[in-house]
Design a protein around this ligand. Structure first.
Ligand SMILES: [Zn+2]
Length: 109
């Protein structure tokens, strides 16, 4: 099959899995985590990068699915350079994401 097509389908499935995980997280957090693991596996197998706004929903350290206000804390910091600090409440570690003021990159976290 066409490589480009495979990647396109993979990308769609990854986005769909995140969307589904988001919807069911409150009722079935374990299942949501399985969707995220699956999305990561699809990404690795098809060599498709997970889009940056979805990547922020996964803890870099323990790979947990992160829901702002539920299992992670999101703070804006502007010292030195503007960045987002996301604290995973599962493993307690932090991730930093720089963003541009007025840019679109800071949305959807
Ligand atoms: Zn974590």
């Amino acid at each position: 099959m066409d490589q480009l097509l495979v990647k396109d389908i993979a990308r769609q499935r990854i986005e769909l899995l995140f969307e589904m995980a988001d919807k069911i997280y409150r009722q079935y957090p374990d299942l949501a985590q399985r969707y995220i693991d699956l999305a990561r596996k699809i990404g690795m197998r098809c060599r498709v990068k997970i889009p940056s706004w979805l990547k922020r929903r996964i803890c870099k350290h323990c790979k947990s699915f992160l829901i702002p206000g539920v299992n992670c804390r999101v703070r804006l910091r502007t010292n030195r350079f503007p960045h987002l600090v996301i604290t995973c409440l599962k493993c307690g570690r932090q991730m930093r994401y720089p963003y541009k003021i007025g840019g679109k990159s800071a949305k959807k976290v």
